[in-house]
Design a protein around this ligand. Sequence first.
Ligand SMILES: Nc1ncnc2c1ncn2[C@@H]1O[C@H](COP(=O)(O)OP(=O)(O)OP(=O)(O)O)[C@@H](O)[C@H]1O
Length: 302
Amino acid sequence: MNPLITGRNLSKSYGSKLALNNVNFEIEQGAPVALVGPNGAGKTTLFSLLCGYIAPSNGELEILGYKPGSAALFNKVSALPQDAQLDPRFNIDKQLAFYAKLQGMSTTQSQTEALRVLDLVGLREIAKNRAGDLSHGMRKRVTIAQALIGSPQIVMLDEATAGLDPIHAREVRELVSTLSSEATFILSSHDLTELERLCSQVLHLDKGVLSEHQTKVNQTDKHFYTLMLNEMYENVEQQLQLLNGVSSVYMSQHKEYVIEYTQSEQALDIALLQFCHQHNWQYRQLVNGHTLENQIFKQEKA
Ligand SMILES: Nc1ncnc2c1ncn2[C@@H]1O[C@H](COP(=O)(O)OP(=O)(O)OP(=O)(O)O)[C@@H](O)[C@H]1O
C-alpha cells in the first residue's frame, strides 16, 4: 500500500534559523501517529508544512500523492490548530453545519453532517447548546467533530489535550482511539508518555532533526521489562540481578529500572511482581519492553 504521507529530505529555514533539518518519513494509513518533541523542536513547522500553510525550503512532501495545499486534497485532509475556538454565542449544530456548508454541502446535507460528526464524538445531545455553555473538554470534542466534517482521510490535531485536566485529556485520547477507523490521526504533543500508548508510530523531533519509532516493535520486544517503583529502595539493581533469567539491570531514570532477560524465561513478569511484594517495594508500573522515552533517550545519548 502506498503511504498516505511521504516527506523526503525536507528542510525549512526561517532566515538563518534551520527549523527542520533534512527530515525523512512515511506515514501509513491506520493507527494514530504521534508528532512529539520539546519546545522549538519544529513540530509546528512540520504541521504547517503538512497543512500547506508554508512551503519547504528544500525537499519534497506528498500527501496522498499531492503537494500539501493542493485543491485535490480539499475534503481529504483536515487540521485542528491548538487554539481552535468555537463561537460561544451560537448553537453547536449551527456552527458545525456552517463549516459543512463551507465545504460545499447543501443546507440539508450540512445539517445531517453536523449531527453525524456530533454522534461520532458522543455529543449529539448537546447539538442545541451554545458553545459558551459547554465545559472545556466538551468544546474540545466539538472541535474534533468539526475536524471530521466531510470524512477526511487524514486528521491533524495540534496539542489536542493542551489545557485539559487529566480526565478530559484521557477522554480525548480514548475518542481518538475509537475514531481511528474513520481517519488516520496525526497528533502533536510535548508529552511523549501521553501518546505512547495511543500511537503505533512516533515521529520524534528535536532541534529540527527527526527520529522515527514504532511502538508496536517496542511492545513485542520481549527481552526487556521496565519496572517503575514508587520510591527509591536500596540495592534494587543488585537484588533484581539475582532473579533467574535476568542478564542485566540498569536504572534508566529516578525510580525506574530496565531489566534485560533471556528469552527462555517465560514468566519473569510474575516473578518480578512477586519479588517486589517480597521486598515490600511499591511499584507503579511494569512495562513489557523499553518505554518509548527510554528508547529515544538511549538513541540520543548513543
Ligand atoms: N516564523 C518564524 N520565524 C523565525 N523563526 C521561527 C519561526 N517559526 C518558528 N521559528 C523557529 O523555528 C524553530 C522551530 O519552531 P516550531 O514552532 O516549529 O517548534 P515547536 O516544536 O512547534 O515548538 P513549540 O512546542 O514551542 O510550539 C524554533 O527555534 C523557532 O524559534
